[in-house]
Design a protein around this ligand. Structure first.
Ligand SMILES: Nc1ncnc2c1ncn2[C@@H]1O[C@H](COP(=O)(O)OP(=O)(O)OP(=O)(O)O)[C@@H](O)[C@H]1O
Ligand SMILES: [Mg+2]
Length: 1078
């Protein structure tokens, strides 16, 4: 997205006024107050039109950051608050885009910040111009030339810790794209007197201190130097150290810078050797030695230093020594050698030191130029930066100050000329009527100094070249004669009576009313300094040096090129170079930075109004403003003007369709600005009075507030509306979704209801159809049946006569057959279980099948019994046979019988075989024992009972004693005739014996046993199988028993409860034995 252009203006957020052209009312006081107000708010830059006024803040401000560079890059001059970057940008862009060579003229007094300003301009241009390895190297070399020149050309003075003691003009060259190609530096008049003598509180050039502090011991030894400053006469001691300045670190910086600029190691070495030689020269001292002719001749006191110098520089010691004692004057091929007295020797020494140093400095500048010069021959665009020493007014002003101030006069001159010229040109360009402007033109002062016939410099030269005795006084006299009438020249000695009584004007001085103030110059030294004399002996000695650099510095020392013509004087040299400079500057588009020093203390935050007032005065700032405002105070191109004020008129706001100029016209008419207050140029509107501009500004401010309110209003409205629309949209979306959802739900409900109803209806319909179909079917069936019956009836009616005779019988048989068949088939499924004791049997279906049914039951029972029996083993069979026998014999006859059914018949209860007690008994019986059981034998006499072992074998019945096992009786079975017993529930039984048999002699036996049924059954079966005769078993409650001869009746009485459940037997009389059965 394109960056949104924010249109700002210098007029925004102004502290005081950013452009003093707008100052109202305009006076010295308001100018100073405005500067002060801005200075107090850290706004150190203020404009006068396109001129930048810079007040030295004496502290680092955060206004030179890369971000600031970006801010000012490609912005219009009046768009942002005043800044040196704005001027730099304007100059650079005008150079790059409009192909106009530029010069940046930085003026101001010592310590006002000129050098800093020049560096800021250079660094800005370096930051915004092209990039790339080669370009960056050029930039770096240009920037690094500064520390080198500052080390050799700057010094601490009372006014400035880093005062430039030379003038510097640097041309930076660019190609058509605006990329830097290289540069050329011109230097102007180094203050070389400083090398040998410094005013109180000041220092020599930085390089001496830097060398002594920063050089390694090894380097110092090589240069034959000592670190101690106090060892050197040329170094003033009272301010050898400068606060906040690290000489040692600066030395490293300088060496590094020299390397970047392109100095070779041996070159750096040579330079330092020259510096060392200069330092050591100061230590050479002279003593007078009387000569025969009565004159004093100077002799070197201590030759050690001289020796070292000669070693360092490769000069023949005797040559140099002689040069300090003699002076050879050549005239008309004649050489005259005169001796030097001590003062002359010192003069020669100092002159040598000064020359050596100043020539070294010039050499350095040339060497740098060699490095930084553009490598191509293509046409170059040039931006010149002039950082020249500022106007100087000291207590003692000498030749240097005169020269410096002359230079400043010239600059002021060019400033006035160019400013006015530009103003005039602009008016012409814009087709505005030119009005004459009153201002002070310093051309007259320049003329006083530089006029070729009667200018001060011409006088000085004339005096220097004149034969005869020439002194500073004769020079002053000459001045007094020639310049006395000049209104800017003041001298006590002049014929002009104006200054005869002016005690502030000493006799040996003259005063010039410079544009920046009156300066009193001491004439002493003028002639000498202008001559800048170095005895030929010395220059020749130097030329003879083995040191290549030193040799090259003194070309006039070459005897082959001896030139008897006097070298040009310092004054004329300077005048010439200034003239060249001025010419150069005039070809370029000037940009001014006028530096102001806010206080004398080099301190931040202090604004000395008196001091500033003085500078404002001599810089002619007020005039500058006036010139600028002479016709019209403010001018602005139509587009930005319309852009800025278009909101003040309905026709132009918010958009003006036509040309900008017409828009501004409409605007100004609408605002009813008096016509004399403004003029329309070709491309700019010119406003005569700042008041009009401020009125416009006020209106604009007010309107902006209204507009802000309007924008706010509209924005709020828009915001609310957008919000509302959004809400509405959201509501619609929600409603739509909800409706959809609700409809969906309803639809689903309806659908499911419809389905239910549908299914019910379908069901109902289907059922109805089914019913109908069923009905139809039944009807059809009924019809068929009826038809069948009907047919049957018909047929029967027809055939009745044929079938009547036997149909009934056949039908009956058939039906019967069917019933029987059915009966049997059903019986097959109804037969009960195969258990013989299962009493179940299906009921009879038809009465006529009763007998069949019963028979079937019987057959079935027999069959299942047989089935049951078939499962038995032989042993089981025997047991069941016995049980069956018992059943036949006793069932329903003897009450005891039922209880015996469940008891298995065991036969031998006593284990005769195993019990050793009965061994005898066993041995006696050879047959198989069928029964062996203990029974009670009823005593025939009393009815009491005794226990006897009852044994039944195949053929015999045996009784044995229970204890001894001895056989008591043995009855063959053939002799047993009958067995009697009651019908009751008792175990009594009588065994009747055959009358007449051997066994019967003792009569029948009457026993009682728990196993009566078994015994009787077994006895019956054994007898039957042995004798083939059925044993008679009589069951009766009264029977007779044969006891020996007597027959005794045994009678069973029921219901005696006396002895519990045990039957008791009692002999009633001879004939009756009563057994009571419970
Ligand atoms: N823009 C600035 N920001 C911060 N400090 C500054 C600025 N300009 C100047 N100074 C301070 O003021 C001192 C003097 O400035 P500078 O050396 O530029 O003065 P000058 O005008 O070149 O003086 P001279 O004529 O003696 O060479 C600087 O060393 C620096 O400390
Ligand atoms: Mg300076």
């Amino acid at each position: 997205m394109a960056k949104m252009e924010v249109k700002t203006s210098l007029l925004d957020n102004m502290i005081g006024v950013g452009d003093m052209v707008l100052l109202e009312p305009l006076s010295e006081e308001t100018v100073i107050n405005n500067l002060k107000k801005r200075f107090d708010h850290n706004e150190i830059y203020t404009y006068i039109g396109s001129v930048v006024i810079s007040v030295n803040p004496y502290r680092s401000l955060p206004i030179y950051s890369p971000e600031k560079v970006e801010d000012y890059r490609n912005r219009n001059f009046y768009e942002l608050s005043p800044h040196i970057f704005a001027l730099s940008d304007e100059a650079y862009r005008s150079l790059r885009d409009q192909d106009k060579d530029q010069c940046i003229l930085i003026t101001g007094e010592s310590g006002a910040g000129k050098t800093e300003a020049s560096k800021l301009v250079m660094s800005y241009v370096a930051a915004v111009c092209g990039k790339g390895a080669e370009v960056n190297q050029v930039k770096e070399q240009l920037l690094q030339s500064n520390p080198v020149l500052e080390a050799f050309g700057n010094a601490k003075t009372v006014r400035n810790d880093n005062s430039s003691r030379f003038g510097k003009y640097m041309d930076i060259e660019f190609d058509f794209k605006g990329d830097p190609l290289g540069g050329v530096i011109s230097n102007y008049l180094l203050e070389k007197s400083r090398v040998v003598k410094q005013p109180r509180g000041e220092r020599n050039f930085h390089v001496f201190y830097q060398l002594l502090s920063g050089a390694s011991e090894e380097l110092l030894n090589k240069l034959k130097l000592e670190r101690d400053f106090s060892r050197y006469n040329y170094l003033s001691l009272d301010s050898a150290k400068v606060n906040g300045v690290d000489d040692a670190a600066n030395f490293r910086t300088v060496r590094n810078a020299m390397q970047i600029v392109g100095f070779m190691d041996h070159e750096v070495e040579s330079v330092l050797e020259v510096v060392a030689a200069v330092l050591k020269l100061g230590n050479i001292e002279f003593k007078p030695e009387s000569r025969v002719n009565g004159l004093d001749e100077s002799k070197i006191k201590d030759k050690n230093e001289l020796k070292e110098i000669c070693e360092l520089t490769g000069i023949d010691q005797s040559v140099l020594e002689r040069a300090f004692s003699f002076r050879t004057v050549e005239a008309k091929q004649e050489k005259v050698s005169t001796t030097l007295n001590v003062a002359q020797a010192y003069y020669a020494r100092d002159a040598l030191a000064k020359n050596l140093y100043s020539r070294l400095f010039s050499w350095l500048v040339n060497r740098i130029n060699e490095s930084i010069k553009a490598q191509t021959k293509v046409r170059k665009k040039v931006m010149g930066v002039l950082d020249i020493y500022g106007f100087e007014i000291f207590e003692d002003n000498s030749f240097e100050q005169f020269i410096i101030n002359y230079c400043n006069e010239k600059l002021q001159q060019i400033f006035i000329e160019l400013t006015l010229k530009e103003e005039q040109e602009e008016y012409i360009r814009e087709d505005i009527e030119w009005t004459h402007i009153e201002y002070f033109n310093n051309a007259i002062i320049c003329d006083l100094i530089e006029n070729n016939t009667n200018g001060i410099l011409a006088m000085l030269d004339e005096e220097c070249l004149r034969p005869g005795t020439v002194t500073d006084e004769t020079f002053l006299e000459k001045l007094n004669q020639v310049c006395a009438t000049h209104q800017h020249f003041e001298s006590r000695m002049s014929k002009c009576s104006r200054f005869l009584n002016d005690t502030s004007l000493p006799h040996s001085c003259f005063r010039i009313q410079h544009y920046a103030g009156k300066v009193l110059y001491q004439v002493e030294g003028f002639v000498d300094k202008n001559n800048d004399l170095l005895y030929r002996d010395l220059s020749q000695a130097m030329w003879k040096a083995g040191h290549a650099l030193i040799k090259s510095l003194f070309p006039e020392g070459n005897p082959a090129k001896i030139n008897l013509k006097r070298p040009p004087t310092a004054g004329s040299q300077f005048k010439a170079s200034v003239a060249t400079l001025m010419k150069n500057l005039q070809t370029k588009n000037p940009n001014y930075i006028r530096c102001i020093k806010p206080n004398d203390k080099k301190a931040a935050h202090i604004f000395n109004e008196g001091l500033v007032c003085h500078q404002v005065r001599y810089l002619g700032l007020l005039e500058n403003v006036r010139v600028r405002r002479a016709g019209y105070a403010f001018r602005q191109a139509y587009e930005p003007c319309l852009e800025r004020y278009k909101m003040l008129c309905k026709q132009t706001w918010p958009h003006w369709k036509g040309p900008a100029r017409a828009g501004v016209e409409v605007l100004f008419n609408e605002l009813e600005i008096p016509v004399e207050e403004y003029s329309f140029g070709r491309s700019k509107i010119f406003i005569r009075n700042p008041r009009t501009l401020f009125k416009l500004e006020d209106l604009r401010k007010q309107r902006l507030e209204d507009l802000a309110t309007l924008i706010q209003k509209i924005y709020r409205g828009w915001k609310c509306r957008t919000h509302f629309l959004l809400m509405r949209k959201s509501q619609i979306v929600i409603a739509a979704w909800y409706r959809r959802y609700a409809q969906q739900k309803r639809y689903q409900q309806i659908k499911s209801s419809a389905l239910v109803i549908q299914s019910y209806i379908r069901g109902w319909k289907a059922r109805k159809i089914l019913r109908e179909l069923k009905h139809q079917k039944r009807c059809e069936e009924a019809a068929t049946t009826i038809a069948a019956y009907w047919h049957g009836t018909q047929v029967r009616r027809e055939y009745r006569k044929f079938f009547r005779a036997n149909a009934g019988k056949k039908i009956y048989e058939f039906t019967l057959q069917r019933i029987v068949q059915k009966y049997f088939l059903e019986m097959k499924n109804k037969v009960p279980s195969l258990s013989p004791i299962d009493k179940n049997w299906p009921s009879r279906p038809y009465l006529f099948l009763d007998s069949t049914h019963k028979e079937l039951k019987r057959i079935f029972h027999l069959w299942r019994c047989k089935k049951y029996r078939d499962q038995f083993t032989d042993q089981q069979k025997l047991i069941y046979e016995e049980k069956l026998e018992a059943s036949e014999l006793f069932k329903d006859k003897k009450a005891l019988y039922p209880s015996s059914v469940g008891q298995p018949f065991q036969g031998p209860y006593l284990e005769i075989n195993k019990n050793p007690k009965y061994k005898k008994l066993k041995d006696a019986i050879e047959e198989k024992i069928i029964i062996a059981e203990v029974v009670n034998k009823i005593n025939r006499a009393n009815g009491k009972s005794t226990s006897r072992i009852f044994l039944l074998t195949n053929n015999n019945l045996l009784l044995a004693d229970q204890k001894s096992g001895q056989i008591k009786s043995e009855v063959p079975l053939v002799d047993v005739t009958k067995v009697s017993m009651s019908s009751q529930n008792d175990g009594f039984f009588a065994v009747h014996l055959k009358e007449g048999s051997e066994a019967a002699s003792k009569g029948d036996f009457l026993f009682s046993s728990d196993h009566l049924i078994e015994m009787a059954t077994k006895l019956y079966r054994t007898t039957l199988s042995q004798t083939k005769q059925k044993l008679n078993i009589e069951i009766s409650d009264e029977f007779l028993v044969q006891f020996r001869q007597d027959k005794v009746c045994v009678k069973f009485i029921q219901g005696n409860q006396k002895n519990g459940s045990v039957p008791t037997c009692k002999r009633k009389n001879n004939r009756l034995l009563e057994v009571a059965v419970p």
